[in-house]
Design a protein around this ligand. Structure first.
Ligand code: MCN
Length: 787
C-alpha cells in the first residue's frame, strides 16, 4: 500500500509555493499591453442616475476610456442572472429585478458600479474615477429585510413592489400547527443570524485579455468555478461564444463561497478589453471587498417547537425573513430555501415541520452562499432551540438531545432530506468525554472563586453537502447539474496527470486528490500531478463549494481510475501472456499474481502509446474520463462543546476549551481535515463573538474596513480538541462526507449556548461583543433599591 495513500497525513504539496511566496495569483498576471480598471461606485444606497460627465476624467494623462452602463447594454451584454428558480407558496415565480453590470438608471446599494475608467496605471485609473461626475437623485432606502417587507417601505425593483422576492414554504403547516396545539410544552425563540463579510485573504481580481485577430478572450480570475464562469459569461452575458473564451482561475487565496459568483467587475473587464483593445486588470482593495463581495447569512427568525410530556419533539414551526440585498446573486435564492429549511430537522426525529421563508430586496450588497450557506442558519436555530427548550423544561440538555436523536438510517425527514448514515449519540459521547464534561462543575466552581462566570455550550449539528444529485436539484429549481468530471492521463513514461473540474483555493486538493491515486495504483505521490482551474485544460467542471470536491470530485476520479485500471490489466495480461483476472497492481508494478512476472507503469505507458503490441482492436493511449453524479447529499454531523469564561465586570468572553467531534466518514488526509475544521471553527467563533456587517437605516455601510469589522485574531481562538467518529457514507465510492464547512456550521450555537449558560440569561444575540454580554448580565441583576 502506498505510504502516501488514504488516511495518511501527507503534508500539503502546494504549500511549498504558497509559503515561499511563489504562488501565482491573478494579480501576479502581467500582460504586455496591460491597462487598469477602476470603478466609479455609487455613494448612495438608492438613487436615480441623472447624468454622467466624464470629460474631466478623460482629459487626464493616461486615461484610455470611461465606459458606462448604457454603452454596456447597447453592446448587448446581458443582465446578471440568478441560478436557482424558487416558486412562492401561491405558485407564482420569484421576482428577479434586472441587474446590469454597470447601472443604467438606478443604483441600489452603496458600491453599485456606475462607470469604469480604463487607464495606463492603477493609480491613474483610480484618480480619474474620482473625477467622473455622476449626478444622482437620491431615493429613500431600506437596509433591513424585515423592514423592507413592511407596507410603505421604498421599492427597489418594479417587478417586486413590496420587495418580496418570494414567499416560500416547506413541510406540512396543518400537521405542524396541530402538533404545536397539542404539545405539553411549546418553546418560542426569536433569533437574528448576523450578516457577515467573507474576507478571503486574497481580494477578488480579474485580468481580461482580448485577442482581436482571433476574436478570442482570456479571463484570469479569482474563481471557485471557472467553467461555470465561462458558461455564464458566454450563454447569458453574451461576452463571447464559449469556444472563444478561456477562463483561468490560477492560485486563489481563499473564497469561502464569495468567489463562486460571476460579478460585474469580471464582465466589465472582458467587455472593456474588447472596447479598448488592451488587456484590462482590476484588483479589489479591502474596502471595495467589504462593499461589493457577496455577504452571507442575514436572517430574522421566529420559531416555535413543541414537546410532549416526555420531552419528545412533536413539531417545529419556523418563520424566517432572509435579506438578499439589492439583487438576486447566483445561488442567493437557494441558500435560505433548499440549503436552509431542508436542514430544520437537525439530528432529531421531528414528525412535523413547517418552514416559511420570505426573501426581501434591500439597499445592501447582494447576499449569497458563504461558508455553510443556509446550514449554519439552520443549525444556529435548531441548536439554540434545543438548549433553550432544555432550560425552559428544566431538563439536562444532553439528555433532551439524546432522547430525540435519529437512531436508524436511512431516515426521511419531513423536509426533503433523507439522511443516509450517522451515529449522533456516538458523536455526543466522544465530544463529552474529550471535553471532560464530568469535570465541569469543579471548573465552574474554581472560576467562580476567581470572580468569573464559566459556561458550557453544546451544538449537535448536521449538514448536507457533497452538492448534489443533478436530477434532484433540477426538480427543485437549479439551473445547472451538480455532477463533477475527471480525466486520468497515464503518460508514456508512466507518470499520471489528473484533470479535475473541482477547484482548490485553500483546501489542499493537489495533495488529497493525489493520495487517492497513489492508493489505487500504489505509486509514489511524486509521480502524480493534479491539474485544475483552466477551461482550456479541463473539459468541464462544476467547481468547488458545498464541500463537494471530496464526495463528488474525487468520486469522478475514482470512476475514471477504474476505467484506466481495466485497460491497464488488459494490456498487462496481453504482454505477460496471462489471464486478466490474474493481474494485480501493487508495489508500483502491474504483476501476474503469485509470479515474478511484472511490468512497471512506464512499460505499460510505453506499450499503450507505441501501440506495437496491444490486444487486437484496442485503441492506443491510456487516458480515461468520467462524469460522476452523486445519488444523494452527504451528511456530516457532529457535536461541538464550547467552554467559556466570562468576566462579569467587562463582559469579555474567553473561550477556554473547544471540542469538536465530527463524523466525516472515510478521511483521506487527517491533517488537512483538521485544518479545515480549525478554519471553520475560527469562522464560527468570528460570527458568534466578533463579526457583523452593519448598514445604517439609510443603507450606508458602517463596517467598510478592518477598523469597524472585527475578524477573529490568534488570541480570540483557543487550541481545539478534535475527535472523529466514522460512519461510512454509502453514497460514494470512498465513503467520504465533506468537511470544508462543518466548523462554520456547528460552532456559533455552541459558543452562544456556552455564554448564555455562563451568564444565566438566554437573551443574547450574535456577535456577543463584550458590551452586549455586559448589558445582558446587567439585565439579570435586580435593580438596586432606590436610596
Ligand atoms: N477531505 C478529506 N477527507 C474527508 C473530507 C475531505 O481528506 N472525509 C479533504 C478533501 O480531499 C479536501 C478537503 O478535505 O482536500 C476539503 O474537502 P471537502 O470537504 O470536500 O470541501 P471542498 O474541497 O469542496 O472545499 C469547499 C469547502 C467550502 S464549501 C468552503 S466555503 C471552504 C472550505 O472548503 N472554503 C475554504 N474550506 C476552505 N479552506 C480554505 N483554506 N479556503 C477556503 O476558501
Amino acid at each position: 500500500m502506498s505510504e502516501n495513500g488514504i488516511g495518511k497525513s501527507v503534508k500539503r504539496r502546494e504549500d511549498k509555493r504558497f509559503i515561499t511566496g511563489k504562488g501565482k495569483y491573478t494579480d501576479d498576471v502581467r500582460m504586455e499591453n496591460q491597462a487598469y480598471a477602476a470603478f466609479v461606485r455609487s455613494p448612495h444606497a438608492h438613487a436615480k442616475v441623472t447624468g454622467i460627465d466624464s470629460s474631466e476624467a478623460l482629459a487626464q494623462d493616461g486615461v484610455i476610456a470611461v465606459l458606462t452602463g448604457p454603452e454596456l447594454v447597447g453592446d448587448g451584454i446581458g443582465n446578471i442572472i440568478t441560478g436557482w428558480a424558487i416558486t412562492s407558496k401561491d405558485g407564482t415565480p420569484m421576482k428577479v429585478g434586472a441587474w446590469s453590470a454597470l447601472a443604467t438608471e438606478t443604483v441600489r446599494y452603496v458600491g453599485d458600479a456606475v462607470a469604469v475608467v480604463i487607464a495606463e496605471t492603477r493609480q491613474g485609473a483610480r484618480n480619474a474615477a474620482e473625477m467622473v461626475d455622476v449626478a444622482y437623485d437620491e431615493l429613500p432606502a431600506v437596509a433591513r429585510g424585515d423592514k423592507a417587507l413592511e407596507p410603505g417601505a421604498p421599492t427597489l425593483h418594479d417587478c417586486a413592489p413590496d420587495n418580496m422576492i418570494f414567499d416560500w414554504e416547506i413541510g406540512d403547516e396543518a400537521a405542524t400547527d396541530a402538533a404545536l396545539a397539542n404539545a405539553a410544552t411549546v418553546v418560542e425563540l426569536d433569533l437574528v443570524n448576523n450578516r457577515l463579510a467573507p474576507n478571503p485573504m486574497e481580494p477578488r481580481s480579474a485580468v481580461a485579455v482580448y485577442d482581436e485577430a482571433e476574436e478570442h478572450y482570456t479571463l484570469y480570475t479569482t474563481s471557485q468555478n471557472p467553467h461555470v464562469a465561462r458558461l455564464v459569461l458566454s450563454a447569458f452575458y453574451q461576452v463571447a461564444p464559449e469556444h472563444k473564451l478561456r477562463v483561468i482561475a490560477p492560485d486563489v487565496g481563499g473564497g469561502f463561497g464569495s468567489k463562486i459568483y460571476i460579478y460585474p467587475e469580471e464582465i466589465v473587464c472582458l467587455w472593456a478589453s474588447m472596447k479598448t483593445g488592451r488587456s484590462v486588470k482590476w484588483t479589489s482593495d479591502r474596502n471595495e471587498a467589504f462593499m461589493t463581495d457577496a455577504h452571507g447569512r442575514d436572517h430574522v427568525t421566529h420559531a416555535r417547537m413543541g414537546f410532549d410530556a416526555e420531552g419528545h419533539i412533536t413539531g417545529f414551526k419556523v418563520d424566517t425573513v432572509a435579506n438578499l440585498g439589492a439583487y438576486c446573486s447566483l445561488f442567493a435564492t437557494a441558500t435560505p430555501t433548499y440549503l436552509y429549511a431542508t436542514l430544520l430537522s437537525g439530528q432529531y426525529n421531528i414528525p412535523a415541520i413547517y418552514g416559511n421563508v420570505k426573501a426581501a430586496y434591500t439597499n445592501t450588497v447582494p447576499v449569497d452562499a458563504y461558508r455553510g450557506a443556509g446550514r449554519p442558519e439552520a443549525t444556529y436555530l435548531v441548536e439554540r432551540m434545543m438548549t433553550t427548550a432544555a432550560r425552559q423544561m428544566g431538563v439536562d440538555e444532553t439528555e433532551l438531545r439524546r432522547k430525540n436523536f435519529i437512531q436508524s438510517f436511512p431516515h426521511q425527514t419531513p423536509v426533503i432530506m433523507c439522511y443516509d448514515a450517522g451515529d449522533f449519540a456516538g458523536n455526543l459521547d466522544k465530544a463529552m468525554a474529550a471535553a471532560d464534561v464530568a469535570g465541569f462543575p469543579q471548573r465552574r466552581a474554581a472560576a467562580e472563586s476567581r470572580g468569573k462566570l464559566r459556561g458550557l455550550g453544546y451544538s449537535s449539528y448536521i449538514e448536507a453537502c457533497g452538492i448534489a444529485p443533478s436530477k434532484a436539484v433540477g426538480s427543485l429549481g437549479a439551473g445547472v447539474g451538480l455532477w463533477e468530471s475527471a480525466e486520468v492521463r497515464v503518460n508514456p513514461v508512466g507518470t499520471i496527470e489528473i484533470l479535475t473540474g473541482s477547484h482548490s483555493h485553500g483546501q489542499g486538493h493537489e495533495t488529497t486528490f493525489a493520495q487517492i491515486v497513489a492508493e489505487k495504483f500504489d505509486l509514489p505521490i511524486e509521480n502524480i500531478s493534479i491539474v485544475h482551474g483552466d477551461t482550456d485544460k479541463v473539459q468541464f467542471g462544476m467547481g468547488t463549494y458545498g464541500s463537494r470536491s471530496g464526495a463528488v470530485g474525487m468520486s469522478a476520479i475514482v470512476k475514471a481510475m477504474d476505467k484506466v485500471e481495466a485497460k491497464v490489466k488488459k494490456i498487462a495480461a496481453h504482454q505477460l501472456e496471462a489471464a486478466e483476472d490474474d493481474i494485480v497492481i501493487e508495489g508500483g508494478q502491474v504483476k501476474v499474481a503469485g509470479t515474478d512476472k511484472a511490468l512497471g507503469w512506464h512499460e505499460i505507458g510505453l506499450a499503450a502509446y507505441t501501440a506495437h503490441n496491444l490486444p487486437d482492436g484496442m485503441e492506443p493511449g491510456l487516458k480515461e474520463t468520467a462524469f460522476y453524479d452523486p445519488a444523494n447529499f452527504t451528511f456530516p454531523a457532529g457535536t461541538y462543546i464550547c467552554e467559556v469564561e466570562v468576566d462579569p465586570d467587562t463582559g469579555v468572553t474567553e473561550i477556554v476549551q473547544f471540542t469538536a467531534a465530527d463524523d466525516f466518514g472515510t478521511i483521506i488526509n487527517p491533517m488537512i481535515v483538521e485544518g479545515q475544521v480549525h478554519g471553520g471553527v475560527a469562522q464560527g467563533i468570528g460570527q458568534a463573538l466578533l463579526e457583523q456587517v452593519v448598514y445604517d437605516e439609510d443603507g450606508q455601510l458602517l463596517t467598510g474596513s478592518y477598523m469597524d469589522y472585527c475578524m477573529p485574531r490568534a488570541d480570540d481562538v483557543p487550541f481545539y480538541t478534535i475527535e472523529h467518529n466514522k460512519t461510512v457514507c454509502p453514497g460514494n465510492p470512498l465513503g467520504m462526507k465533506g468537511c470544508g464547512e462543518a466548523g462554520a456550521i456547528g460552532t456559533p450555537p455552541a459558543v452562544i449556548n456556552a455564554i448564555t449558560d455562563a451568564i444565566g440569561t438566554n437573551d443574547l444575540s450574535m456577535p456577543a461583543t463584550p458590551l452586549k454580554v455586559w448589558q445582558a448580565i446587567q439585565k439579570t441583576r435586580a435593580p438596586m433599591a432606590a436610596e
